[in-house]
Design a protein around this ligand. Structure first.
Ligand code: 0X9
Ligand code: ZN
Ligand code: ZN
Length: 421
């Protein structure tokens, strides 16, 4: 009995320590601010370099979503009043969203399902189980090692020789949890669905899916800071950690203000292109199979938009009208579902903002993968990065409907010819 009491006392202490090391967001709020010009937007972005009190959730040509600590709330209010910018509360208490995101007990606790979000270790077990269950068609991809020494793994699904290839990169941004949840759901669906259209989607294309690219950042969002975006590699000469991996690809790197040179910014491009081992690993792997790839998709959240090249210039690529037609097919198909999710589409620089060194531009320009998109998943700001678990499966259904239509249209337009002999 005494021993039991002692054990539970020790356990209780561990729980306290474990939760004490987690950053809390009690009474942090997220505001939506409609800016009228670039200057106003830049000023708000500058506020966000105070990373203890502010965090940028979204900042586009149309609006800025900024998280603020209770301490700096008055400051933000005074600030926006001075410029007569209307403030709208998007999230009134970030911590309560985070608390609601992890149900204490769920039916998915012992088996992998999609009614909750999982840590990296559980995702790895899921991948192992898939490999064991479908050895004839699923094989492991091991693209490399992260800065902190974690394996970056994925699954290749191939039912036959000669298929056109589709590559999916997910969770390059650490806090965008819905992206890896969608990637694992898709792996399972492609292998187990009995729906005729899904079978044909699975069996007539080769799928390369990396559910969590930014493994260090992802682990950090589970263990320490739910709102982390970047990698975890320290920056020489700075106290700030990590680079934005989606600004680190060697394609027009750091051009046209599409990335920041300040290591404390969320869009820091890194000291040089491919400085981040995770990005280098993905690039090397894709380069080694580029002849086999017809479509590149980078899963992100949030905003509900399909972004095509380019992000570093507002000029449009040569096949822009095809890219638009294919994106429209995705958007139209999602609209058919009962969830009424609306996806917009356009080139990154025109539809959202300038962003250089991103995956989809690199794949398009440097690897000649002519259908290349960043897809920003649900929602448009109600929950932002902390999309409630009850939305995971409906969102995955949206994505599958979108992909079926996207691939069909890509085929119609002649983008699925095999490029290798
Ligand atoms: O800024 C980004 O990296 C992406 N948005 S997010 O909110 N998930 O961070 C958009 C990337 C757009 N893609 C290109 N620049 N081509
Ligand atoms: Zn250039
Ligand atoms: Zn992202």
């Amino acid at each position: 009995m005494k021993a039991l009491i002692l054990i539970s006392a020790i356990l209780a202490i561990f729980v306290v320590i474990a939760s004490a090391s987690k950053i809390r967001y009690d009474n942090f709020k997220v505001f939506k601010i409609r800016t009228q010009n670039v200057e106003q937007r830049k000023m708000l972005e500058k506020l966000a370099t105070d990373s203890e009190n502010f965090n940028l959730w979204h900042s586009s040509n149309k609006e800025v979503h900024i998280m603020v600590s209770p301490q700096k709330l008055i400051h933000l209010q005074n600030y926006t009043r001075a410029y007569s910018l209307p403030l709208e509360v998007m999230v009134s208490n970030v911590q309560s969203l985070i608390d609601g995101e992890q149900p204490a007990k769920s039916t998915d606790d012992s088996t992998f399902g999609w009614t909750r979000y999982y840590p990296l270790s559980a995702i790895e077990v899921f991948l192992d189980e898939i490999l064991a269950k479908y050895p004839a068609v699923a094989s492991e991809i091991n693209i490399g090692t992260s800065y902190e020494g974690r394996k970056i793994r994925g699954i290749k699904i191939s039912y036959k020789e000669g298929n056109p290839g589709i590559f999916i990169e997910a969770n390059i941004h650490a806090r965008e949890w819905i992206t890896s949840a969608t990637a694992t759901w898709l792996i399972n669906e492609l292998l187990s669905s009995t729906d005729e259209d899904v079978r044909s989607l699975a069996e007539n294309h080769d799928w390369y899916i990396v559910p969590v690219l930014n493994v260090d950042g992802f682990a950090y969002t589970h263990e320490t800071n739910r709102m982390w975006r970047k990698t975890r590699q320290p920056v020489e000469g700075s106290a700030c950690i990590g680079a934005d991996p989606n600004r680190n690809y060697n394609s027009h790197w750091m051009e046209s203000n599409g990335a920041s040179s300040n290591p404390c910014d969320e869009t820091y491009g890194g000291p040089q292109p491919f400085s981040e081992p995770e990005v280098k690993a993905l690039a090397d792997y894709v380069t080694s199979i580029k002849e086999r790839l017809n479509i590149m998709l980078a899963f992100h959240s949030y905003s509900q938009v399909l972004l095509s090249p380019y992000g570093w210039t507002s000029e449009l690529p040569e096949n822009h009208s095809d890219l638009t037609e294919v994106a429209k097919a995705y958007s139209d198909a999602v609209k058919e579902l009962p969830y009424d999710t609306v996806y917009t589409y356009g080139s990154t620089a025109n539809e959202m903002y300038y962003a250089s060194g991103a995956t989809n531009d690199w794949a398009y320009s440097e690897q000649d993968i002519k259908l290349s998109y960043t897809i920003e998943f649900r929602d448009t700001g109600r929950f932002g990065f902390i999309l409630p678990p009850v939305q995971i499966i409906p969102h995955c259904e949206d994505t599958l409907a979108g992909l079926l239509a996207l691939v069909k249209k890509a085929d119609e337009l002649g983008y699925l010819q095999t490029k290798y002999v």
